[in-house]
Write a protein of this length. Structure first.
Length: 227
């Protein structure tokens, strides 16, 4: 863990030493991302399918303290759905009977996370800038788990069971998010941001662009500067 913080300190010091004066006193950030993927696996008489959809939306307002540092407030909303379908089929030719078992679990997760942010900022050119966002957030995670189990055959006729449970969890999160910005004009630009290091109280440490959840790591958006 010490080497991670050493890397962070080097990045911070580099930005500080090379900071340039800018008249962009306020920065409004609007960014988001979406990802979706589907996996199918068949083996013998079994079939498994998993579909994951994830989305993220972030809004932040930052104020310039000096030529390399901004401080601000942000809010982030994340939602992802993990839906599975599992099926097993069996036939007994001796008795001429067949059995089909289906199991469909679904997990819907959402996070609402207000945060206090620091942004280390460096102008490479008049149009291109880089930044490092340091975010501390405390919010709420909502989880809803559902499942439908179905058993059917020639005899007996079949059985269906449904299950649903939801819960709320408090969540603290600390993250480091590098970003690059390209200003289309003096006041409006586009940006790309990635979660490099994250720690939270549920999934613990996630490092170097990897995630233990199905959350979106890469985000794109707009940045609006106010003099």
């Amino acid at each position: 863990m010490k080497k991670y913080f050493l890397i962070i300190l080097i990045i911070i010091q580099t930005i500080i030493l090379n900071g340039q004066i800018t008249d962009r006193k306020f920065l409004i950030d609007v960014s988001g991302g979406y990802q979706s993927h589907k996996d199918n696996v068949s083996f013998g008489n079994s079939y498994n399918e998993q579909t994951i959809n994830s989305g993220k939306l972030t809004l932040a307002l930052n104020y310039q303290l000096n030529n390399y540092l901004y401080i601000g407030f942000g809010i982030e909303y994340v939602i992802w759905q993990d839906k599975q379908f599992n099926s097993f089929y069996s036939t007994d030719q001796a008795t001429n009977t067949s059995i089909i078992v289906d199991y469909s679990p679904t997990s819907i997760n959402s996070i609402l996370l207000p945060s206090l942010n620091l942004k280390l900022f460096k102008n490479l050119t008049d149009k291109v800038s880089i930044g490092l966002n340091i975010s501390n957030g405390y919010g709420l995670k909502y989880v809803n788990n559902q499942s439908i189990s179905k058993w059917q055959g020639i005899y007996p006729a079949g059985l269906v069971e449904e299950y649903s449970k939801s819960e709320n969890k408090s969540l603290y999160e600390f993250s480091l998010d590098p970003e690059i910005m390209y200003f289309l004009s003096d006041r409006v630009g586009v940006k790309m941001k990635v979660v490099a290091l994250r720690f939270d109280t549920i999934y613990k440490t996630q490092f170097l662009f990897s995630s233990k959840t199905n959350e979106v790591l890469w985000s794109v958006g707009l940045i609006i500067a106010i003099k």
